[in-house]
Design a protein around this ligand. Sequence first.
Ligand code: UDX
Ligand code: UDX
Length: 475
Amino acid sequence: MAVKHICCIGAGYVGGPTMAVIAQKCPDIKVTVVDINEKRIAAWNHEDLSKLPVYEPGLDEVVKEARGRNLFFSTEVDKAIEEAEMIFISVNTPTKTYGKGKGMAADLKYIELCARQIARVSKSDKIVVEKSTLPVRTASAIKSILENTGNNVNFQILSNPEFLAEGTAIQDLHAPDRVLIGGETSAEGERAIQELVDVYSQWVPKENILTTNVWSSELSKLTANAFLAQRVSSINALSELCEKTGADVNEVAKAIGMDSRIGPKFLKSSVGFGGSCFQKDILNLVYIAKTYGLNEVADYWEQVIIMNDHQKRRFANNIVSTLYNTVSGKKIAFLGWAFKKDTNDTRESAAIYVADDLLNEQAQIAAFDPKVEEEQMYADLDYLNTRSSDENRKGLSVFKDPYEACKDAHAVAVLTEWEEFKEYDWKRIYDNMQKPAFVFDGRGILDKKLLNNLGFVYYRIGEGAQEAMEVQASH
Ligand code: UDX
Ligand code: UDX
């Protein structure tokens, strides 16, 4: 049986781009992406492709090619489930905010709702694919729900974690390092795996498609994110030591990255990692380890999060102490709010936490991001519940023009590594700022020499200050 209809529940940052590329590469398969959020579906169907709910370079072109041909976005979940032979679950699995495992475990309520809906609606055999990142052994929970409440149809559960990174989603989907598919080791399981292999092999070389058992697949996704995040926390830990000793973290990263055993990627020191996955998946890993009584394993991985929180706080503290120990009433311009460049996603972005700390110090924040909407920034701050929504609106103003955001500011803080920040007219920015004019580069992207020559006091994460070297020399 070749799959002819695919349904995906969840039209988010993962479901939307992934299904768009499957539809683009498999014109014979009808792909329907459904979501309970009507506004989101309307945005996916918007005539103007710049209004898609997810900003990803190249996504508009893919949607333009496939939408209406074999790619559809809809809120009719039951209908799409019924029609499909293969159903992807790509709904969000946030960290639990209540009860057992609060603040750590993944909240699986949406996954369970999806499973129950699939069970209720299905009248023919289905292959259910977990696309959402899930704790190990979730597949068996889904299977149990499907088998006990279904209409006597057969279900096969596959785990097919998505490794795309936001900002490069289309590139990653077009040419993935690997596609991972986990399934049951029975004959039915193997047949289901093969069905999904056949979908991907329409554009992914066979040798890049890896098949494993379900639990290895589920655990591999958590492990991949934990390893990546760990590299960022490791280099960020060293960035603080660099600042104290006069070393330069970029030079250290380059030197160690040339060791082929270490490799050059994911060694960019920053104001701290963000995104919807790293923190959530590590917390999840920590929770799973604790559940099995593996406290040392849990503590080991938790340290990656502790380091990341420290890095964000340290950045904010450094701004306060450098600005003569007070930012009260001072305008601080934020360049960037997204958790990385080339995305409008702000989930867990370091900018939110740095803003929160500076607002506690009564700073006036003026934010500019090329892709993030004003309301999103307020929603991010409100979500922390640190102060009232009104107070957040008084403390943060959002600008559509970066030069306006920086005007009369005491300091500029770079929170996201958007390319355009490098190209700004920094002389114009300098001329319109309070003096001394400070720049805190949390991404290490600006031209230090140029900024120093213009008169800025420039601070870059992980770069030893001149004074540190002088202190050392005097010892
Ligand atoms: C999500 C998970 O967070 C991630 O772990 C997983 O790897 C992929 O799916 P993402 O696509 O970034 O990532 O989440 P999000 O952008 O929030 O999209 C989820 C969508 O599911 C939302 O649009 C939401 O409305 C929808 N949803 C949620 C449903 O359609 N039904 C539900 O019951 C719950
Ligand atoms: C990550 C994984 O890369 C991807 O495989 C998985 O599917 C989802 O989680 P994503 O969160 O979209 O993807 O982006 P990623 O590029 O991994 O960046 C995560 C965070 O780490 C960002 O805030 C980024 O700025 C930061 N980062 C990354 C650094 O600070 N330094 C680096 O060297 C790399």
